[in-house]
Design a protein around this ligand. Structure first.
Ligand code: GUN
Length: 295
């Protein structure tokens, strides 16, 4: 079997066009422009690249967007003070603090400080708790993007064997919680694998839908995938530099070999990545709609 490639770039384009229309409508109907602030601490190249993409997309879609760069040695108190300022700023509907943060800053304290109504990353414990009980307000952006790709590709999740490789708070845990809910576009049997899983391949081979967020280049090989499985690759690994000086990327799945076995597969780049940014815009739009008294 040769897999159909799920193009996150194409799906993201469609979703973004709809968001841009909704932004214009909100502005016209209520005089409200969705506002997003992205806070970055230090100059980690991957983080800078992600945040630049988020800012560019926000501007393209007609958002009010603010980029707040803080030095690597910024104090936790200063960062918490900034968050408080944006919590109280009516022009800002979404606050994103790019992770990871330097070791001297307590990440949990920072995430707790964000007003849950402005937590467009969906990382606040209140929002993760709501997600767990099926009352989600903001889904974390990468899992939200993954679900959107599955839905738009017509993949049936009800009753499916979903295997998630990775248990991060950003991807593995939330996507598992989302797909296990008794609701539309979910209702799957979910297995979460991680570094202590005894026989990883025995699990991945059972998967109808295999979601890989392991953080290891090409960790999933063809022998670990069932014929006809849907494979979603969340990995973004920098494995060198292209002749044009850009970062050369590969996923957590051995794409070339697995594409001959899967029914659907996401590429890296151009798969889950563009969807993550898009769903951040969707969450920020929703926060603004709620603040404006809609939805
Ligand atoms: N670091 C890696 N992914 C993410 C994300 O989705 N949001 C934030 N804030 N930081 C990240």
């Amino acid at each position: 079997m040769t897999a159909r490639i799920i193009s996150g770039t194409e799906v993201a384009k469609e979703v973004r066009a709809r968001i841009a229309r909704d932004v214009a409508e909100l502005r016209q109907a209520r005089g409200v422009t969705p506002g997003l602030v992205t806070i970055i601490v230090g100059d980690n190249p991957a983080s800078v690249s992600y945040v630049t993409g988020k800012q560019r997309t926000a501007k393209e879609l007609g958002f009010y967007s603010v980029q707040d760069d803080q030095p690597e040695d910024v104090s936790e108190e200063k960062l918490l003070g900034l968050i408080e300022k944006y919590n109280n700023d009516p022009a800002i509907h979404g606050i994103l603090v790019q992770l990871p943060l330097p070791p001297h800053i307590n990440e949990t304290r920072v995430l707790y400080a964000i007003d849950p109504d402005k937590d467009v990353d969906g990382f606040h414990p209140a929002n993760l708790g709501r997600l767990m009980i099926g009352e989600a307000r903001f889904y974390p952006c990468t899992p939200f993007g993954i679900r959107e790709l599955l839905v738009r590709s017509g993949v049936e999740t009800k009753g499916a064997e979903v295997v998630v490789v990775g248990r991060s708070n950003i991807v593995g845990k939330p996507i598992s919680m989302m797909l296990v809910q008794k609701e539309a576009n979910a209702n799957a049997t979910v297995t979460m694998c991680h570094t202590a899983t005894r026989d990883l391949a025995a699990h991945t081979r059972r998967a109808d839908i295999l979601i890989v967020a392991a953080g290891r280049p090409r960790a999933v090989t063809a022998d670990m995938v069932k014929e006809g499985a849907v494979v979603i690759d969340v990995g973004v690994n920098r494995i060198g530099v292209t002749p044009e000086g850009k970062a050369k990327l590969c996923g957590d799945v051995d794409f070339e070999a697995v594409k001959d076995k899967a029914s659907f597969i996401t590429p890296v780049p151009g798969g889950v990545g563009p969807m993550t940014i898009t769903m951040l815009m969707q969450n920020t739009l929703k926060a603004a709609q709620i603040a404006a008294g809609g939805k």
